[in-house]
Design a binder for this molecule. Structure first.
Ligand code: SAH
Length: 221
């Protein structure tokens, strides 16, 4: 059995995953559906084989192209925020990266639309969705700062790279009652923010300090 499979061997075993879930619970993640999905999603298939033995540590890990697989706690927290106002049907994700957050979301909402600016990362993520049998994920190679207008409006938008200020198209493409979860700031200081669109109003909550790679313009590959 290879690392690409769901096999429960060594560091990829269910017990190792259960330990991670207990830690997330201790850190304050409460949504049982989120914990359940993180517990059953094999994080090791989102990493190169050389790093897969570290997949169930609660830390960010490199995925090439100077990008990182987000820390499980942050994935759990952002997912919990997305679900905090009830079930979501159409979710836009900016920054597919490895596709780990994408795969978690795809098991909890109806459809995920995910935009990535680095083509080789997107191709690998697409393959992983196929491996996991997740057929409700739609991907686009583009600069996600523009959102994905053709498929909107969305009832949630999640951004996994940090802009210095919130890109206006992401707010414009939110449906009424929609949520936006986004890290905002520079390389020294960032804050995870939750916005809620209410008619013409935008409510804003600061959640916690975070550190994400920057949201960059243009595309690669
Ligand atoms: N959730 C991902 C995080 C990857 S890191 C994971 O857990 O694997 C952030 C990702 O955002 C990188 O893949 C980076 O290429 C992408 N990114 C940065 N700026 C972007 C932009 N303007 N449009 C789309 N993707 C972007």
């Amino acid at each position: 059995m290879t690392q690409q499979n769901f096999g429960g061997i060594g560091m990829t075993s269910q017990r190792t995953r259960d330990r991670l879930i207990n830690r997330l619970r201790e850190q304050g993640i409460k949504d049982a559906s989120v914990l359940e999905v993180l517990g059953r999603t094999p994080r090791h298939i989102f990493l190169d084989e050389a790093l897969s033995h570290r997949a169930y540590e609660d830390s960010a890990l490199p995925i090439g192209y100077q990008q990182t697989l987000s820390q499980p706690y942050i994935v759990a927290l952002m997912t919990e925020l997305i679900l905090s106002a009830g079930p979501r049907k159409r979710v836009l994700e900016i920054g597919t990266g490895s596709g780990y957050q994408t795969a978690v979301l795809a098991q909890l909402v109806e459809r995920v639309y995910s935009v990535e600016r680095i083509l080789p990362l997107q191709s690998k993520a697409r393959e992983r969705m196929r491996t996991l049998g997740l057929s409700n994920v739609y991907m686009k190679h583009a600069d996600g700062g523009m959102g994905w207008e053709a498929r909107g409006p969305y009832d949630a938008v999640i951004v996994t790279a940090a802009p210095e200020s919130v890109p206006e198209p992401l707010i414009a493409q939110l449906d009424d009652g929609g949520l936006l979860v986004i890290p905002v700031g520079d390389g020294r200081k960032q804050e995870l923010k939750l916005f809620r669109k209410n008619g013409a109003n935008l409510e804003e909550i600061s959640v916690t300090p975070v550190m994400f790679v920057p949201l960059l313009e243009g595309t690669v590959g």
